[in-house]
Structure formats: structure tokens, C-alpha cells
Design a protein around this ligand. Sequence first.
Ligand SMILES: [Zn+2]
Ligand SMILES: [Zn+2]
Length: 307
Amino acid sequence: MNENNYKKGIIKYKGEFNMIDLHIHTTHSDGQMSVKEILDKAKENNIKVISFCDHNVVGAYKELEGMDLKEYNIKVITGIELNFVFNNNNLHMLGYDFDWKEMSKSKYINNKSEEEIIKDENKKLEFLKDVCKKQGIKVDDNLKINKSNELASTVIKYHMMEFKENDKILDEMLGKNREKSFARGYVHNPNTPFFIDETKGLPSVNEVADLIHSCKGKVVLAHPFEYKILDGKKYIDDIFKLGILDGIECMHTRHNLEQVEYIKDFCKKNKLMITGGSDFHRESKQRLGYGVNGTVPIDEEYLFKTF
Ligand SMILES: [Zn+2]
Ligand SMILES: [Zn+2]
């Protein structure tokens, strides 16, 4: 099994089996597509089971209540991606198949109005613009956030890339293809001048697991190998030892095949479920229904399978 063979086989796979995608963002958090647009796209791609996992909100499920899903023939499982703090790192936990109305009452669910969210992000954006100028990176003074699904760290990354003058410094910071995450590598990294501490008021790992379990959901560790600042294998061990996990996200856009196999083995040994999702935010970055950098279709094996 290698990534290139999968790449060649993509057309063949389309629609041949029941594809799933258990990690999708919408405009309710930082995704670019609406709930309806995702449903249309999932139908077009023959994806049979999906889960919207927006950051710290359950707005997608509220929206779905008023929608008729029959025409789609797609099963939607409730999902959420919750931030938590562990060893001073701001990390992600997935919750699935929970009572979203119960969840919406939690103090860890973001119930801010759109205006408040936009105001908060603009504050961060002003700070990041200042740091950019001090670092000799060109930015426009008038840059502002206008929509509640725009994050300061994403907006400024794409803004910096617009200026040719910034090419050299961005080559060093983000790589030639700009593949590195400005959020993870800089804004969430205390060792850089761009650092913004977003951990205030966030739950601990135990609190986040308790919340999901209290809403009758499954606790799934999100993309353990995505974090560049963590040793993924050690991170899995550390969280597993706490005895709070029901499963681990195994198939993911930012995991390679070796990491997928590692998690599968770990889950087999420890009787945990595996899940899979693209972590879809925008079409230029992820492919709905595919993991491993858009090369491997996610099939039913990743639908909470235990071995
Ligand atoms: Zn995440
Ligand atoms: Zn995500």
C-alpha cells in the first residue's frame, strides 16, 4: 500500500463503496462552506455518513433541525471539535453522537454573537499586524475581518502572501509552498513574537471528556499526529493513560499512512475505536471524504470500528 497507488486509484474508488467523512467544518466555525453546501458536495461525492465538527459550537445541528435530509440519503452523526488545555498546549478533542441540545448548555460552548466574534478576531488581527510590521512583513493598515468564520491567523496568512515583497521571509517561515500552518507554527506557539494565548477559560482534558460523556457522546482524540509541537506517539500514550478515550481519529488529511497504521495497531491493542475524517475547511486545502493529504478515500472501516 502506498500513497501513489491510491492517487492513481481515486477515480476507481469514487462511489464504489460507502465513503464517510467524520470531520467537517462549516461556516458555523472556520469552514468556508455552509451546511447545505457540504451536504450537496457530500451527495455529489457519494459520501454516505458525515459529521459536522465545528470548533466549540453546535450551530450546524440547530440548522439541520429545520432541514429535510431525505433527498440527500446521507446519515449525519452529531459531532464537535472542542479545545482543551493539556501541558500548556491548546489541543483538540472530538465528540460524537451526543445530545447536542444538552451540549449547547455547557459553558465551554461558544454562544457569542457574530458581532462579538468579529470584534474579538479583529483585536487579534490588530496585534498580528503590529508584529508583522516589526518583523519587516508588509501588511495593509486597513485589513479587517468582516465575517464571523474568519480567523485572524488565517486572514493574515493569506494577506501576507499577497505581497511579493514578503516572499523571501515567508519562504523561511512557511515553506516554499506555504504549506506550514501560520496558526500552529506561530500564533499558537509561545516561542514566537506572534503568540496569542488563547488558553484562558479552556477546559482541561478531563473536563472536556466529562462534558462529552455527560451528553452521552463518544470521546475521540483528534488528529494526534497533526501537532508539530508534540511527539504524536507520546501524546497518544499520555492521553490514553487517563482512561477517558473511546477512540482515536486515525484517518486524517494531515496523517501519513504510517501514522494511520500506527493508530490502528494502538487501537487494536487497547480496544479503542478508530474514526476518519478529512478535517475539511476549504477546497484548496482538503478533499471531502479523503485522508492522507487528499489521497486516500475514507471508508466504513473508520466509522467507529473496534477490532
Ligand atoms: Zn483540529
Ligand atoms: Zn477540525
